[in-house]
Design a protein around this ligand. Structure first.
Ligand code: SF4
Length: 190
């Protein structure tokens, strides 16, 4: 990471903000959009190369790990990135569909966290500030989004501690989609 060494504070702040009020989780949508805006504009992985707070968190935490294990080959050249992309796609699909169902009052909003989409976390998040008049589907979307961010961030942290710090980047759905887009441009030119 060649820019700011303290970008990881943004990632930590995101998760802390969720304890202040879960609706701040929707800021994650901005974090998910910027890499693609920069990609389409610059035709290179500007975000990944210098601005990603999550990668900076992994680099920072990876320094505390004494592990020298190499990243598994099936992460770099195998199907792991496609498995992770599929997981990401299924997560987004579930998030969108359940949010629509909450919006149409077909189901109740989810007001707790889930790990890996399906495992409920039996613990109520403290909410230091309460916002009033928030529509139930917005609350549902916030908990779902926070859950997805929490799952992928902790998986990446685990990988950073077991293997090389930026192992997550080899299977990150945003990285995979960016690579596919750039490959598509290259093929189109040839
Ligand atoms: S691959 Fe993913 S985690 Fe890694 S720098 Fe890019 S967006 Fe961040």
């Amino acid at each position: 990471m060649r820019n700011n060494k303290f970008l990881y504070i943004i990632t930590l702040s995101y998760f802390i903000l969720g304890f202040i009020n879960i609706h701040f989780a929707l800021l994650g949508l901005v974090c998910m959009s910027i890499p693609f805006i920069l990609l389409f504009k610059n035709k290179k992985k500007t975000w990944c190369q210098g601005y990603c707070p999550r990668a900076n968190l992994y680099t920072t935490c990876g320094k505390f790990s004494k592990s020298s294990r190499k990243t598994p080959k099936f992460f770099i050249k195998g199907n792991m990135k496609w498995i992770m992309l599929t997981y990401f796609g299924i997560s987004l699909f579930i998030i969108i569909m359940t949010t629509i169902k909450v919006g149409t009052e077909s189901i109740a909003p989810m007001k707790f966290l889930r790990y890996l989409i399906v495992f409920p976390i039996p613990w109520e998040m403290p909410q230091l500030i309460n916002f009033t008049n928030i529509l139930p589907w917005i609350t549902h979307l916030s908990y779902r989004f926070y859950s997805m961010m929490m799952t992928t961030t902790t998986l990446g942290l685990l990988l950073a501690l077991i293997y090389k710090p930026r192992t997550w980047c080899t299977i990150c759905p945003i990285g995979t989609l960016s690579d596919s887009y750039l490959k598509g441009i290259k093929n189109h030119k040839n």
